[in-house]
Design a protein around this ligand. Structure first.
Ligand SMILES: Cc1ncc(C[n+]2csc(CCOP(=O)(O)OP(=O)(O)O)c2C)c(N)n1
Ligand SMILES: [Mg+2]
Length: 727
């Protein structure tokens, strides 16, 4: 017999017989009305699980992980307000059923069964995944990820008081809202959880407001691995800046009482709290998990003995709120409701085509106030003496700094964050003076944790800001990439475009820094960025383009809600000369305010029959090579693709129109580099002979061989000459 049926039968029999597990007497502020509402939500969640399992075995549903045993989360929902954004653990069906009852217009049995059966009409994911989540309920969609939602919960909590001081145009949360995030006991060990909790402590320790409630759902196990006894309490009870609460998640009175106290603490003090909830797990980890293969029967039977619904039944009958018959009829009503709804849900259409699946990868555009750009007076104050320099050519780092200044003047909802971006102004001075110009609220020196930087950005975006996070070096992005890959980029997809987290992530990267850094400061692979569906990756090669592209990137984030990554080639930040010393060939004046390079617009220099397709440092080196090649009688045209993803195929194809041969110059590694994508595109869509010069599949060395593995002026000349002379 399925364990779900065993638990079901036992519930009916034991309530009828009045055989309840023992526990404390009901106590605390929980009203009878609220207690019944919680119990109803618990029963509904339980029966949604059971029904999903039945649907799955009949091939009609896609049950993955259930909420049975975690029904105590309904009491947490009761202790919070529906406007308190909740980033949920995958076992929080009961939280959602309870919150749903507080939010008019939502129909929990329908909404959740539609999602569990991946119906197109699933109001959250549009049939893409079994998710918990709802726009109306302020629950961003969560699938079955482990703690990766915690950094953004910290960011969202941080956004609340920031939004009170600087309300963004698309503000979402109320000034006295709090944020809640929940996770399992095993997930609490994940470095992402540890990092997020540490960031919350670090923030609160400095008395910076952070109204965030962490809820750890401790069922003593993660899939098959037991959590050491007492581990969660020992780990989290004494953290600086974090108040610890403990409740018995099987007891709705205790859970409600403690959760209410914790929520009040968080709301009033604007400080984070950690609510440790002890629970049980029923029916194993997920649909296909056979717990008997790794757990003694006595253990899960004990959990079943402690079925939270039986505890609720005891407490409600003991307190005289309900009779045993009323308990049973609520349970059976929800069972019948789920069965009835399931019959209809399975008739619903599912997604079938790639077009349907992909429809929400790119978020919808949104209405934005018209802006006229910063006023002359505001610019004069912000730029100070820099304004006199604007007629003169400048290097890229300075021009980016000015572009950031103008963009921040124009859009008060832009917030920057990163390691050393504020006081120091960045490792390369790109963000110099921004903190003086805009204050520490808008230029945030974060702690040293890339996951938290990106989580802060995502969280701020959830509350209407336009974050411009900075990752100091591309190599540092990798230990946090899931925040973009698994979280930011998927948000629109899993919410059918209802939740978005637009941002422009600036990353200093690529190679060619003379005498500095080696691999960890000269990472020449963008592969990790360019294969993420929906993410735009930009890479300017000089200051004028950088300014015009950055303006477009901010527009894409602000108006089109896109996640954009702006890769700044470090070696080109200070670049002045192109061919000869003091020729200032790589310096530019600050582009006029209305100049912009649109997404997909490529840069073309000259119109020779040999086309070099390149970007970033490769563009710079190709310009040098072109001069020498011209002297040798080979006329070049250079195409700077500027946009790494999506690849600007149309722009490239029209730019090579009339050319006879194509050389791709790619400073990134041969494996996973842009040349692979360009070759594939050109093979499919052009007849021209193509050759490539890409970096070796190597890490970057430091010392004299710093550039040995990447294309150089000489190797470009050699490759172009060879290609041109080949019949
Ligand atoms: C990054 C990552 N690693 C591993 C997993 C696989 N996984 C899914 S659930 C889970 C156990 C989590 O246990 P716990 O946090 O205690 O939550 P519970 O399922 O017990 O509620 C694991 C290891 C995952 N989803 N993501
Ligand atoms: Mg667990």
């Amino acid at each position: 017999m399925d364990r779900a049926d065993i638990v079901h039968e036992a519930f009916l029999a034991r309530v009828s017989a009045g055989e309840f597990p023992s526990g404390d007497a009901p106590y605390g502020p929980l009203s009878s009305f609220e207690a019944v509402a919680i119990f109803r939500a618990q029963c509904l969640s339980r029966n949604l699980d059971r029904r999903s399992r039945k649907m799955q075995s009949a091939g009609q549903g896609f049950y993955t992980i259930g909420s049975s045993g975690h029904e105590g989360m309904a009491a947490i929902a009761s202790a919070l307000r529906p406007d308190d954004m909740a980033f949920l653990h995958y076992r929080d069906g009961a939280f959602q059923t309870r919150r749903s009852a507080m939010v008019p217009g939502t129909t929990p049995a329908w909404d959740m069964l539609l999602s569990f059966s991946t119906a197109k009409s699933d109001p959250m994911s549009g049939g893409r995944h079994k998710v918990l989540g709802s726009k109306a309920m302020n629950i961003p969609p969560q699938t079955s990820t482990i703690a990766s939602h915690l950094p953004k919960a910290v960011g969202t909590a941080y956004s609340i008081s920031l939004a009170k001081r600087h309300p963004p145009e698309h503000k979402v949360l109320k000034d006295d809202s709090i944020v809640m995030c929940s996770f399992g006991d095993a997930s609490a060990n994940h470095s992402t959880a540890q990092g997020a909790i540490n960031t919350a402590c670090w923030t609160s320790y400095q008395s910076v407001p952070l109204p965030l409630l962490f809820v750890c759902e401790d069922n003593d196990i993660g899939i098959s691995t037991r959590t050491p006894q007492g581990w969660i309490g020992a780990s989290f009870a004494n953290k600086p800046g974090l108040k610890y609460f403990k409740a018995n998640g099987l007891d709705l009175f205790d859970t409600f009482c403690v959760a209410q106290a914790a929520a009040e603490y968080v709301r009033k003090r604007k400080k984070p709290a950690f609510l440790h909830l002890s629970l049980v797990r029923l029916y194993g980890h997920a649909g296909a998990d056979l717990q008997q293969t790794y757990l003694a029967k006595s253990i899960f039977e004990e959990w079943e003995q402690n079925d939270p619904l039986l505890h609720s039944a005891r407490l409600l009958t003991e307190s005289g709120v309900l009779t045993a018959d009323q308990v049973l009829s609520i349970y059976l009503e929800t069972e019948e409701q789920c069965a009835r709804v399931a019959e209809e849900v399975i008739q619903q259409q599912r997604l079938s085509t790639s077009r349907e699946v992909m429809a929400s990868i790119v978020p919808p555009k949104r209405e934005c106030k018209l802006t006229n750009g910063p006023s002359k007076e505001a610019r004069e104050i912000a730029f100070g003496s820099d304004i006199q320099q604007m007629e003169k050519p400048q290097n890229m780092s300075r021009l980016i700094n000015w572009a950031l200044t103008d963009l921040m003047l124009e859009h008060p909802e832009i917030i920057m964050m990163g390691e050393d971006v504020g006081r120091k102004g960045g490792v390369y001075g790109v963000t110099q003076k921004l903190c003086d110009r805009f204050g520490q609220d808008r230029v945030i020196d974060t702690l040293l944790d890339e996951q938290s930087i990106l989580g802060l950005a995502i969280g701020l975006a959830h509350n209407g800001f336009i974050p411009l996070p900075e990752i100091q070096f591309l190599a540092y992005f990798h230990n946090a990439e899931d925040q973009i890959r698994g979280e930011a980029a998927t948000l629109s997809f899993f919410s059918n475009g209802q939740f978005t987290n637009p941002m422009v992530l600036r990353i200093a990267g690529l190679g060619y820094q003379k005498g500095f850094g080696g691999h960890f400061h000269n990472d020449n692979s963008l592969a990790v960025l360019r294969d993420i569906p929906g993410v735009i990756v930009a890479c300017p090669s000089h200051g004028a383009d950088a300014v015009k592209m950055l303006r477009e990137c901010v527009r894409l984030a602000r108006e089109e809600q896109r996640v954009v990554v702006f890769v700044e080639p470090i070696a080109l930040y200070p670049m002045r000369d192109l061919h000869d010393e003091k020729d200032c060939g790589w310096m530019h004046t600050y582009p006029a305010m209305d100049e912009c390079i649109s997404l997909g617009e490529v840069g073309v220099t000259a119109d020779g029959p040999l086309a070099i397709i390149t970007y970033g440092n490769g563009h710079y080196l190709s310009q040098q090579a072109a001069k020498v090649l011209k002297q040798q009688g080979i006329e070049i045209r250079i195409i700077d693709i500027r946009w790494i993803a999506p690849l600007p195929a149309e722009g490239i194809l029209s730019a090579i129109d009339g050319a006879q041969k194509v050389l791709v110059v790619d400073e990134c590694r041969g494996t996973g580099g842009q040349a692979e994508a360009l070759f594939a595109m050109l093979t499919e869509r052009s007849d021209l002979p193509v050759a490539r010069l890409a970096a070796e599949d190597s890490f970057i060395a430091t010392g004299p061989a710093y550039a040995a593995t990447m294309p150089s002026r000489e190797s470009i000349i050699a490759a172009a000459t060879k290609l041109w002379n080949t019949l």
